[in-house]
Design a protein around this ligand. Structure first.
Ligand SMILES: Nc1ncnc2c1ncn2[C@@H]1O[C@H](COP(=O)(O)OP(=O)(O)O)[C@@H](O)[C@H]1O
Ligand SMILES: N[C@@H](CCC(=O)OP(=O)(O)O)C(=O)O
Length: 372
């Protein structure tokens, strides 16, 4: 038994190129329909699921008549653009059968490196999840060249897990999990059932690149697990054709390889906040707010703020200080400094009237707060 996926509320599922396109033979309608049915079942259990799907280039190659992966970057991009249409179409149809809405989200490295775009991507994805939609993510291959590519979708899956602080990343591939050596080359290789994500010995097992269809191989999966663990997400690597793999994982069955994160999601976020040397700005709290935060473990509401120092954006790290100037907490602000200047000293039910919109009743939610 294994409870990681059973307990996870927010899960990223990544399906690799070789699976989605049946080793490059064309989009595997049957397999995609089965994953859609399982993801719909997970949603019915109250879980939020984001799908990261590869396969655009492989499908585009087939549609455009390339027998081998083209070397010309623009031909590859043309394949991706053409194949992505097929992916979007098949996912929409497959999820529609379960009355689940889908959304296409194409991301590049630059989107996650730029703070504003990062926050926008995060807000859009969490909004889609709140609205009951399954976002389907791929790299925006049409606009990126080699130096700025994620390249493989294992890395993209891990970055999305970090972005929206998922509890788990499930990587579905063409092997039953991570083996002690590449099973295509070593028939005696053994399945690793559990390990710590970030364990260096896994890198040696994972070897080099993957199949001719996929990009990453096992190495990028092991590295993705390490990256996902930084925000507290556990990773499971499993065979995508294992019957009911996702729903069985959600029932607590141990399938494939589980790579555990050593910190919890909340601890990882709090550690990140403590480790930061600088914060973007400060809010000064009245005595009542200091009491709520430090003694009662409550969120910070705008009514408890009496002054704002510095300029900060939505989602940025700020310091909460007492009137005497003592730093009492750090947290991620849900509002910009100029918004806080307008809503401070006001009750949360006035926020919408003052700003014309509301991000939430809290200025800093307790999950985004660490006491000093
Ligand atoms: N230690 C290992 N355990 C399992 N598979 C491995 C290992 N080392 C290398 N591989 C190779 O990685 C491949 C999976 O990677 P890849 O083809 O990129 O799949 P995907 O398209 O799902 O990302 C497997 O088919 C296997 O040949
Ligand atoms: N964005 C690319 C995916 C790259 C890729 O093949 O990734 P992977 O399946 O992780 O080896 C595509 O859709 O073709």
């Amino acid at each position: 038994m294994n409870s990681v996926i059973q307990q996870a509320a927010r899960i990223i599922v990544k399906v690799g190129s070789s699976l989605v396109t049946d080793e490059g033979r064309g989009l595997d309608h049957g397999a995609i329909a089965r994953w859609a049915a399982q993801i719909a079942a997970l949603r019915a259990l109250g879980k939020e699921v984001v799908l990261v799907s590869s396969g655009a280039i492989a499908e585009g190659m087939l549609r455009l008549g390339f027998a081998a992966r083209p070397h010309d970057i623009h031909e590859l991009q043309a394949c991706a653009a053409c194949g992505q249409m097929g992916l979007a179409q098949i996912y929409e149809t497959s999820f529609q059968a379960h009355r689940v809405k889908t959304a296409q989200v194409l991301l590049t490295h630059a989107d996650l490196a730029d703070r504003e775009r990062y926050l926008n991507a995060r807000a859009t994805l969490t909004t889609l999840l709140r609205l009951g939609v399954v976002p389907i993510i791929n790299e925006n291959d049409t606009v990126v060249t080699d130096e700025i590519k994620f390249g493989d979708n294992d890395t993209l899956g891990a970055l999305v897990a970090n972005l929206i602080e998922a509890d788990a990343l499930v990587i579905l591939t063409d092997q039953r999990g991570l083996y002690s050596a590449d099973p295509r080359k070593d028939p005696a290789a053994k399945l690793i059932e559990q390990a710590q994500a970030g364990d260096d010995s896994l890198v040696a097992m994972a070897g080099g690149a993957g199949s001719s269809i996929g990009r990453g191989g096992m190495l990028t999966k092991v590295l993705a697990a390490r990256r996902a663990a930084r925000s507290g997400a556990h990773t499971v690597i499993a065979w995508g054709r294992e019957p009911d793999v996702l729903t069985r994982l959600a029932q607590g069955e141990a399938i494939g390889t589980q790579l555990n994160a050593s910190t919890t999601r909340l601890t990882a976020r709090r550690q990140w906040m403590v480790d930061h040397l600088h914060t973007a700005g400060e809010v000064v709290l009245d005595a009542g707010a200091v009491q709520k935060l430090t003694r009662e473990g409550k969120s910070l509401l705008p009514i408890g703020v009496i002054a704002v120092k510095g300029e900060f954006g939505r989602g940025q790290l700020i310091t909460c200080v007492s009137e005497a100037g003592l730093a009492v907490a750090r947290g991620l602000s849900s509002y910009t400094s100029s918004e806080v200047r307008r809503i401070m000293r006001h009750s949360s039910n006035e926020i919408e009237a003052i700003l014309g919109y509301i991000e939430g009743p809290e200025l800093v939610h307790r999950d985004n707060l660490v006491l000093l």
